[in-house]
Ligand binder design. Sequence first.
Ligand code: AMP
Length: 283
Amino acid sequence: MKVIDSTAGLQQHRSLISSRVGFVPTMGNLHLGHISLLDRALKENDDVYFSIFVNPTQFGPGEDFSKYPRTLQDDLKLIEKKASEYPGKGVIVFAPKSPEEIYPSTGIKTVTVPDLKHILEGEFRPTHFDGVTTVVYRLFDLVRPLRSYFGLKDYQQYVIIKQMVQQEKLAVEIIGMPIIREADGLAMSSRNQYLTPDQRRASLILYQSLSTVLKLLNHDLGNLPKARALMKELENDPNWNYLELRDSETLSEDVSRSKQVTILGVYQFGSTRLLDNMQMEIK
Ligand code: AMP
């Protein structure tokens, strides 16, 4: 494992590599969800770049940028452990020492995916997805990966990144990876540690609500009215930011011709917003 903390260092390293390069972008504070992305990237590529960068531009005013957990030394241990299972593969951690490494004063292209950035998460975080697409574009430009790995945990982000790749005609394959969950169903997230013990116990409502709606839908759009009625009832709880059923590919509300649907929910505990989603094929 090699750790690089400057853009110049990254560019120099990348210029010496001509093999199949995989890439996993993260904000660090790693858990098994992140490590599952690294594992798949190591299986499918010769060298894997893994970035750890808490990107200021994807946080809005009043959000948790300054208190976002930064645990680089622990993160490196987890990466090293996974890397040791793949001797012969290169693992390069890119942990920029300051935001200026990513955002020099000139020459940065702002990238936006206009159609999808205002819906769902975008209604609550209006500048978030511009921050995400701009930083991922910048990182792709530096790393030039053949494949890049994203968790379906952030489903809207995954759809937006795929759209960005088409829009900007980038030669990178985007691979969506299943959500890794705690034993009781809660999706792993760096933000789970903000929960009090009571909130942690109550957080099960998210996983259970999504599961129950999809069980009612049972792969059949004929059951849509019943499923929607249940969602409406659940949404009487004001702690939901949203609970929505969308087409998996387009995120359109119109699911009448969908082959697969996604239920997306965000439940808020104090200032902590917990995201989750699940997919279901339609027969
Ligand atoms: P983050 O560090 O939160 O920006 O996440 C970095 C990547 O890890 C993103 O592609 C996330 O979707 C993914 N990820 C985060 N949590 C999970 C999880 N529980 N299961 C799978 N992937 C995840």
